[in-house]
Design a protein around this ligand. Structure first.
Ligand code: HGY
Ligand code: MN
Ligand code: MN
Length: 418
């Protein structure tokens, strides 16, 4: 890092302070294998948000949560009525998640606020760091929930009655969280960001393989999520001949093999994943009467995503006979393109700091996909170990984490001075 322009916050980003904060928050929901299980609106999620609210209070920053539990830390600007520059990501994790997915973007934002204080830089615009509620969507589906409600892409009323596998209703878990996190509420919609920036680990192998510290993200591929329910007939495993069975699991296997064929793609761009499959009643000597399974489908081309998703609806019903098959769309987010000017500012901040960088798309979904509907949006990627994520072994180096934060800091100041 060569720029010695002390008036830039990047000079005051502390690699150690950022690492310590990441490890402090990684303790909430820490697993034996070195990852985190900090699912949305869980007590671990509340603990992490409470930690952030204490961090803010120690520095005199205002902290709020809105009616879907998004948490905001605000550093005032010289002109407080101007729309703030917003940065952040999510604190919730997968059940067997890593310490950096999401948490990095939130805590890098807090490190930027510390660096601005150290540099005694006052920005024209306020800056807000956000921790979005339920980005992962693993406990309560769909994901990117808090940002979609904030961006008016989804109405909060459409998600309050969603339940998790244990039967907990979202609105109850949300009420517990809102009561437990010791910060005042701020009405959703009371603020529109001037722009939104998100720092995130790449969650893929490109940057590490090419030994490049910074990814300037061009956009996010489209994501379509579907739920499939196969209904057959429970029967005795010993007495029921094959010819009269309506075996929901046997039909499910046939459906999934047919869909694997349908989505096989020579250039390996289409992503088809069955991440959850519940076989009911789950007794070894009863022919399964019901199966629920999920489909996560992704592609950078919206037309392909639409047509393959529609074919899944028809093929699943054809193949599933003699069982009854229902296919429902849970969410469909079109491919996102990020703002060219923001991408250029990120690139020049990286150049000034002597960090090599490439422009690249995101295979993973992020809250930025919803924020791009309401304001200019950009993302900064850093490498992660072997490109692994949604895995307890997920890792990133303190050096790369700090590099991404320096680029984020100078990019934020660029826009907060406008
Ligand atoms: O599923 C996703 O792409 C995100 O990591 N939650
Ligand atoms: Mn993430
Ligand atoms: Mn994730």
């Amino acid at each position: 890092m060569t720029n010695n322009n002390t008036s830039l916050p990047s000079n005051h980003v502390s690699e150690q302070r950022l690492w310590n904060l990441l490890m402090d928050v990684a303790a909430y929901g820490a697993t034996e294998k070195g990852g985190v299980n900090r699912q949305a609106l869980s007590q671990e999620d509340v603990a992490a948000k409470t930690h952030v609210s204490r961090w803010a209070a120690e520095r005199g920053f205002q902290c709020f949560q809105d009616d879907i539990g998004n948490l905001f830390v605000r550093r005032e600007g010289v002109e407080p009525t101007l729309d703030p520059v917003m940065t952040g990501s999510h604190l919730d994790s997968q059940p067997t998640g890593g310490r950096f997915d999401g948490a990095y973007g939130v805590l890098a934002g807090l490190e930027v606020l510390d660096a601005l204080n150290d540099a005694n830089i006052q920005t024209r615009r306020p800056i807000e760091v956000v921790a979005w509620t339920n980005e992962e969507g693993s406990r309560f589906s769909p994901g990117a929930m808090g940002s979609s409600v904030f961006a008016d892409v989804r109405d909060i009323g459409a998600v309050l009655d969603v339940t998790d596998l244990s039967g907990t209703v979202l609105k109850d878990a949300l009420a517990t969280t809102l009561a437990a996190v010791p910060v005042p509420q701020r009405k959703s919609g009371s603020m529109t960001p001037y722009c939104y920036l998100e720092a995130h680990i790449e969650q893929g192998p490109v940057l590490e393989e090419r030994k490049i510290p910074i990814g300037v993200v061009s956009g996010i591929q489209g994501i379509r999520r579907l739920n499939i329910t196969v209904t057959g007939e429970e029967a005795h495993a010993g007495t029921t001949p094959r010819r009269s069975r309506k075996d929901a699991f046997a039909s499910t296997v046939a459906i999934i093999s047919a869909l694997e064929e349908l989505t096989a793609d020579d250039d390996d761009i289409l992503r088809f994943t069955v991440g959850r499959c519940d076989v009911l009643p789950g007794s070894p000597n009863t022919v399964p009467g019901r199966v629920h399974f999920t489909i996560d489908l992704r592609h950078p081309d919206n037309d392909i995503l639409r047509s393959i998703g529609d074919q899944i609806h028809t093929r699943a019903k054809e193949i599933g006979a003699p069982c009854h098959v229902e296919v429902s769309d849970i969410s469909f987010v079109a491919p996102t393109k990020f703002d060219q000017n923001i991408m250029a500012v990120i690139g020049s901040a990286a150049d000034r700091l002597d960090y090599s960088h490439i422009t690249m798309p995101s295979g993973a979904g992020h809250d930025a996909m919803h924020m791009s509907n309401i304001c200019r949006t950009g993302m900064i990627f850093i490498p992660c170990l072997r490109g692994i994520s949604h895995n307890e072994t997920e890792s990133a180096t303190a050096e790369d984490l700090a590099a991404g934060t320096r680029v984020l800091a100078d990019t934020i100041v660029h826009f907060a001075s406008q």
